[in-house]
Design a protein around this ligand. Structure first.
Ligand code: CA
Length: 244
């Protein structure tokens, strides 16, 4: 999504610091070898309390957080860090069910990866979260710029959308949903978050969201059976694809 993100690709030159909070040393060592090979700095804590303290003293660029910690519930660690920090947090956990995913996202997680996961998947999520943060800092799409992913071009200033050069007409609601997803590209937005962002804090009708999403997809997805722009996270929400 944009050149600023591409220029930050790689991460090696920037030495982003990653803090992992995880009590299983096998996973700590495994993650350490993966992220160190990419040139990230890696520090870790094996308890929630130590993790919160390291997050405050080391100011990492990204957190990898296990939810099953010996001393604290991972969700409480998440809430505690969110009180003062907007550092990207990726939950890394085994057997996350849909409710747990929603709870982690609602508590402020940026993303989640379910164990066991592949190196490439994890690294892609890390890059994506770091990129979203950089874009927020640069304001980028937040200010209403140009969003591009593959053949989809969304111009938030002119309020135009095209797919593969073909102009696409959206209703005002569809347009707002698409902009919300584009501003958070790469990140899962829960159904409830999208509904409240679009229809207000008292709205809760997921059927209306489903209908709008189906209409948007009909207009932008070349293959409805295999969406490439708006991805479904079953039982959780939607994720707009980013540049990877
Ligand atoms: Ca654990």
């Amino acid at each position: 999504m944009g050149l600023a993100g591409a220029a930050r690709e790689g991460g090696a030159a920037l030495k982003h610091k990653i803090l992992m909070i995880e009590d299983e040393m096998v996973i700590v060592h495994f993650l350490k070898s993966i992220v160190s090979a990419e040139g990230y700095q890696f520090i870790y804590a094996t308890t929630g309390r130590e993790g919160v303290s390291l997050a405050a003293s080391h100011i990492p660029d990204l957190l990898l957080l296990d939810l099953g910690l010996p001393d604290m519930d991972g969700i409480d660690v998440l809430r505690s860090i969110r009180e003062w920090s907007d550092v990207p947090i990726i939950v890394v956990s085994a057997r996350l069910n849909e409710q747990e995913k929603v709870a982690a996202l609602d508590a402020g997680a940026n993303d989640y990866v379910t164990k066991p996961f592949g190196n490439r998947e994890l690294l892609a999520r890390i890059r994506s979260s770091l990129r979203q943060r950089a874009q927020k800092k640069d304001m980028g799409a937040q200010a209403g710029g140009l969003f591009r992913v593959r053949d989809l071009h969304l111009d938030c200033v002119r309020r135009t959308l095209s797919v593969a050069g073909r102009p696409v007409k959206l209703t005002p609601i569809e347009y707002r949903i698409l902009v919300l997803l584009a501003q958070n590209a790469g990140r899962v937005l829960t159904h409830d978050y999208i509904i409240k962002s679009i229809w207000g804090p008292y709205a809760s009708d997921s059927q209306v969201l489903r209908v709008n999403m189906a209409n948007i997809r009909r207009k932008i997805e070349p293959d409805h059976a295999d969406p490439q722009y708006i991805l479904t996270e079953v039982g959780v929400g939607y994720r707009m694809a980013d540049e990877e």
